[in-house]
Structures are given as structure tokens and as C-alpha cells.
Design a protein around this ligand. Structure first.
Ligand code: G3I
Length: 604
């Protein structure tokens, strides 16, 4: 073949392969290193409608782009409980099956709402007693949550129970009138029906995360105050509530402000709650063909990027979901005449500018860090850090998608796991494991003698802000056998078997237990950061004492644990005689600082 034919053949082959577009990363893949669920509401064949999941482009986009789905209507009362003695789990089961086939989590919606209730229920409510309504509600929650137990990881237990004219108290007239509250209600007062719904849901699936979901709470204001005060009140009574859903149905008006959204996320986070953005869509003016202007699509993209960035900057925000994903199926045009094009993909399932904008946020927002999230790896208590202390950094929400555990090379733990790094001052810390959201590091021994130390986190090229931690000579804590920070300690009996209720240590004044913790501070011979402790004994430089069951116990060794990572503290303690059998409180004190309460050793 003459040379010029070779060139042609090569070019033809290229063209024959069709146009080559840069493959845009899927939203779920860009979100995975963020420990952020990327969700979309979806429908199947509710009310006999054609099953959207059988539509190839619908299924392909949903399964490829998202790591979570939420039935838009399939699990609402009118759909799933159409008659008093009839449940229709079909559409919901279809969506759950689709999610399971595509490695997606399912968010359930919703168990109690003032709207979209079936005719039999609204009719019943006109004559039923509160006790009868309570029974109906309990049966529904038990049946639906029970049916999806282990398949739905989070529920919108209660949806939109706060009035749009709320003053901020979160009770009384701030609560929206409804068949569940006061028409006739279920026999409770104030937010009691909400508490009861959460308790029934928790009983039906103790592992499901339970959310309260509402709109117009995206920035501070009376309705936000009402929801905040209500969930705070529920928490004060021990209600099993795990989070708040912020719906985020918004125009392009700039509502909510980024600072306002950050503030409400942080306030819910400060209550120990997660926040899910649950129903985002950004409605635009459209022409008769449902088309928005290019300029508006760009502004919409900036809005999606802005809201997602605030979520990424605030670790309490753990899911970001749009209310649908294609403009082909959206509630907006029917509810807002003249508006539409509200979702990230157009009616032909092509990504709109919003998708690239969200990918940019996911790939380029610096990881977060905050002092409250940096805790002792054994006790999970924050505060001062000590040289060699094994710490866990929570909320550094950008890291390896899957848990990655370091393998020491030549007896040395690495200071980089999959691109994750933690710096104390300018010193990269040895790492034990890393994944999106959680990193385990060992505070360098170099911090000894400092009053405080700056800490920052890097993932690949993106660096977090810097925070400052106080430095203390010791911050002792004992590992729990179940890694919870409390309960049976990580303790070996004299024969190197694990101490436990089934394997207690004799309280005879002779047996010695080996107790493992961290935060023991400096050692007689300062090891290199991240090294495996050398054979032989290397005592802590500070005095170490111990008590078991409140009795002084003789410490026979305190220092490095040979063969294990430097920073792990081993304390050998002789168990005093005369202790009652069972779990006895164990406290190790280093340099006058005691370990955490709640660790026990099993004695007989
Ligand atoms: O076509 C069926 C009809 O056959 C059936 O008899 C009837 C029962 O009421 O429902 C009809 O379907 C429609 C349904 O969507 C399925 O498409 C309903 O007419 C219609 O009211 C319903 O609207 C849904 C609305 O909630 C009320 O449930 C929207 O799709 C859904 O996007 C919207 O979602 C809500 C969230 O749940 C809560 N937050 C606000 C959000 C928007 O309103």
C-alpha cells in the first residue's frame, strides 16, 4: 500500500469510530471520593403509567449518574396504600430492585404528609377518633418500613409538617393543620405525632436513618427557626431522628444565599444531625417548547454549582439530590406555568451546563477540616493532641473512594495513602488508613514541646484550610475492643488471649493484663514517625499509673508496643485481688492525665 493510502486508512479508521467526545465523568463517580451521595428522584409505573425504568435512556442515565434514588411518588400513601387493607409495593419494589442492580442507595419518601393521601384515609379522618388514626398510622409505618427494611437506608419520615406562616416556635400554630396533627390527630399534642412517627419508624427498621423533610428552610428565617426548634425539641425527648432534608426547590433568584445555607446546615449539624439536600431543582422561564435561554442555563449551572459547593464545604451535608434528573419528567411545568428546564439533564437526557458545573464543584472544591473532627483514635475525644498520638480525622470529606489501609513498607507507615495526606506543621504525618471522610494519622513526635500545632489535610493537589490544635505532653486513651471508644477494652490476658466477659482475668493480685491505647506522649528513645516499634522496651518519659475497679493497680510496663506502630501505647497492669467478678472500670493515667471513662476489663 503506497504511503498516502496509509494516512487515509488511519484517518478513515478514526472517523469510522465516530466523533470522539471527551467522556464526561459521571456525577456519582465524582462524588464518591467526597463521601457524598448523589441522588435523583425517580418513578416507575405508578398508577399504571408506563414504567420509566423500562425507558433505556431513563434507566441508563439514572443508573450511571447517581448513587442514590428516591421514589418521587411510589412510596407515598396514595400510591402504596390505595385502600385501607391494600398495599401496592410494585412501583417501589421496581425502584428498589433497580437501585440494587446499580449499586445505589434508596431514600424512602414519605411516611407522613398532609398531602397526597388516598381518598379512604381522608374520608376516614372525618369520623375516626384520634386513637383510630393512631392505629392506622402505626400500621402503615410498620407495614411500609417493615417491607423495605434493610433496603431503604433513609426515610423522610415526616414531610412538610411546619406551616408556611410559622413564627419560629416550632409548635402550636407553627405546625400545619392535618389529619395527623389536629384533624383529628392521633391523640398527641404539639409535635407529639411527629415524635411518634419517628419512634414507630425506628422500631420497624432500627438501622434506617430517619429524616424530617421540608422546604423554605434553605436559609435562616421564621420557618427555619420553627423546624430547628421542633427538631431540637424532638431530640430533647430522645426522638430517634438522624437528619433534616432541605428540599431546595428554587428559582434563579440567588435564594438561598451561600452563607445562609451554610448557616442552616451548620446549625442542624451542631445538633448532631445530617443534612440532605433532597429535592433540588432550579426552575427557568421556558418558551412554548420548554426551552430556556442559553444565558439562563448558564445561570442555572452556576446555581447548582454554588449550592453543591456549600454542601461540600459543610460535612454535615451528606447527600445531594435533585427532584428528578431529566426535564422530560419534572413537576415544575405543571406547577409553575411558563417555567421548566429545572433539572441537570435535558428532555433528551443530554447533560446541560449544570452537569459540568457540578462536576467542577465535586472535583475542585478544597477538602474541609475542622478541629472538632480531629479526635483521639481510641476515645474519639477532641482537644489537645500529644506527640505520637494516633488520631482520627473525620469530616475531611475528600479521599479515596474505598477504605484504604496502609501496609508498612520496610517497617515504615506511609505519609500518603491514595493521595490523602495530613500535615502537622510542615511534617506529613504517618497514615494508617484513609477513605473519603475519615483518615487515621499519627501525630509526629516532632510536635513535642510546642504549645500548639497547625494541621491541614491534602487530597491530591487540593489542600484544606489550616486549623490549630493545642499540644499536650499526653492525651491517654484506651482502645475499646469494639472500636466504639467505650466498653470492654482492647486488652490481652497474661496468656495473650483477648480479655472478654467470656475470657475474664483472675483478680488474684498476680495476673498481668496488657492494655493498648494511645496518647502516652514521648518515649525514652524517640522513634521515627510511622516506624514499627523496635523489639524490647521503650518506656514513656512520663509516669504511668492505673486503677481497676477504683483500686490502685501496679503498672509493670508502660511504653511502645514492640512490632506495632510507634504511637501505640502498651501498659501492663497487675490485676489487684479482691475485685468483684464482671466488668471493672479501667483507667490509665499518664503524666497526671487520665484515660477516658467507660473502658472496662473483665475479671473473675
Ligand atoms: O395520574 C395519577 C392518577 O392516576 C392518580 O389517581 C392520582 C392519585 O392522586 O395521581 C396521579 O398522578 C399524579 C402523580 O404526581 C404521579 O405523576 C398526581 O396527580 C400528582 O398530584 C402527583 O404530583 C406529585 C406531588 O408531589 C404530589 O404527590 C409530583 O409528581 C411530585 O413531584 C411532588 O413531589 C413533592 C414531594 O413529594 C414533596 N416536596 C414537594 C414536591 C413537589 O410538590
Amino acid at each position: 500500500m503506497k504511503p498516502h493510502f496509509v494516512l487515509f486508512a488511519a484517518l478513515y479508521a478514526a472517523f469510522a469510530a465516530g466523533p470522539v467526545f471527551a467522556q464526561q465523568t459521571a456525577l456519582r463517580d465524582a462524588a464518591a471520593p467526597r463521601a457524598l451521595l448523589m441522588g435523583a428522584a425517580a418513578d416507575s409505573n405508578e398508577f399504571g403509567e408506563p414504567d420509566r425504568l423500562q425507558e433505556p435512556d431513563y434507566a441508563a442515565t439514572l443508573g450511571t449518574q447517581y448513587s442514590m434514588l428516591e421514589p418521587e411518588n411510589a412510596m407515598k400513601w396514595a400510591t402504596i396504600h390505595p385502600e385501607q387493607n391494600t398495599y401496592d409495593f410494585g412501583p417501589g419494589d421496581n425502584l428498589v430492585a433497580f437501585a440494587q442492580a446499580h449499586g445505589m442507595k434508596v431514600r424512602g419518601h414519605n411516611l407522613l404528609w398532609y398531602s397526597f393521601n388516598p381518598a379512604w384515609l381522608t374520608t376516614l379522618a372525618q369520623t375516626a377518633t384520634p386513637a383510630q388514626m393512631a392505629q392506622v398510622l402505626e400500621d402503615h409505618i410498620n407495614t411500609v418500613v417493615g417491607h423495605y427494611k434493610g433496603k431503604v437506608f433513609a426515610w423522610d419520615v415526616v414531610n412538610e409538617a411546619i406551616s408556611d406562616s410559622a413564627t419560629g416556635t416550632g409548635t402550636g400554630s407553627d405546625i400545619r393543620d392535618s389529619i395527623w396533627y389536629n384533624q383529628p390527630g392521633i391523640g398527641t399534642t404539639g409535635d407529639g405525632f411527629i415524635e411518634q412517627a419517628f419512634r414507630w419508624a425506628h422500631a420497624a427498621d432500627p438501622n434506617a436513618l430517619l429524616f424530617y423533610n421540608d422546604y423554605n428552610i434553605e436559609q435562616p428565617g421564621a420557618k427555619f427557626n420553627a423546624v430547628y426548634n421542633m427538631v431540637k425539641d424532638l431530640l430533647s425527648r430522645g426522638t430517634p431522628i438522624n437528619g433534616v432534608g432541605i428540599q431546595m426547590h428554587i428559582p434563579m433568584s440567588g435564594y438561598p444565599s451561600s452563607d445562609g445555607l451554610a448557616q442552616v446546615i451548620q446549625q442542624f449539624g451542631a445538633l448532631g444531625l445530617q443534612v440532605h439536600i433532597t429535592e433540588m431543582d432550579v426552575r427557568l422561564a421556558v418558551d412554548s417548547n420548554g426551552q430556556a435561554s442559553a444565558a439562563d442555563l448558564q445561570t442555572q449551572a452556576q446555581t447548582y454549582q454554588r449550592i453543591l459547593t456549600v454542601c461540600l464545604q459543610n460535612p454535615a451535608c451528606t447527600a445531594f439530590q435533585t427532584w428528578g434528573f431529566t426535564d422530560k419528567y419534572s413537576w415544575i411545568p405543571g406547577s409553575y406555568p411558563g417555567q421548566g428546564a429545572a433539572l441537570p439533564f435535558d428532555a433528551n437526557y443530554q447533560p446541560k451546563p449544570a452537569v459540568a458545573a457540578m462536576l467542577d464543584a465535586l472535583e475542585n472544591t478544597p477538602p474541609s477540616i475542622n478541629t472538632a473532627g480531629i479526635v483521639n483514635a481510641a476515645s474519639y475525644k477532641g482537644g489537645a493532641v500529644s506527640p505520637g498520638e494516633i488520631v482520627t480525622l473525620f469530616q475531611v470529606n475528600y479521599g479515596p473512594s474505598a477504605l484504604t489501609v496502609a501496609q508498612p513498607q520496610n517497617g515504615q507507615f506511609p505519609d500518603n495513602i491514595g493521595g490523602a495526606q495530613v500535615f502537622f506543621g510542615s511534617t506529613p504525618a504517618p497514615l494508617i488508613y484513609a477513605e473519603a471522610g475519615v483518615v487515621s494519622a499519627v501525630a509526629p513526635f516532632e510536635i513535642a514541646g510546642s504549645q500548639q500545632v497547625s494541621v491541614y489535610y491534602k487530597y491530591n493537589s487540593l489542600q484544606s484550610a489550616t486549623v490549630t490544635l493545642p499540644v499536650a505532653p499526653s492525651a491517654p486513651a484506651i482502645f475499646a475492643a469494639n472500636s466504639t471508644g467505650s466498653g470492654a477494652g482492647a486488652i490481652l490476658n497474661q496468656d495473650n488471649s483477648l480479655n472478654s466477659a467470656d475470657n475474664p482475668v483472675p483478680a488474684d493480685g498476680q495476673h498481668v493484663i496488657q492494655v493498648f491505647g494511645t496518647g502516652g506522649g514521648m518515649l525514652a528513645t524517640t522513634p521515627s514517625d510511622g516506624s514499627l516499634a523496635a523489639p524490647g522496651l521503650n518506656d514513656t518519659t512520663q509516669d504511668v499509673t492505673a486503677t481497676i475497679g477504683g483500686k490502685d493497680a501496679t503498672v509493670t510496663y508502660h511504653g511502645a508496643a514492640p512490632g506495632l506502630i510507634s504511637g501505640l501505647l502498651q501498659v501492663n497492669v497487675q490485676v489487684p485481688a479482691g475485685l468483684a467478678p464482671g466488668p471493672q472500670p479501667l483507667v490509665i493515667t499518664v503524666g497526671g492525665v487520665p484515660s477516658q471513662d467507660g473502658i472496662t476489663v473483665a475479671v473473675e
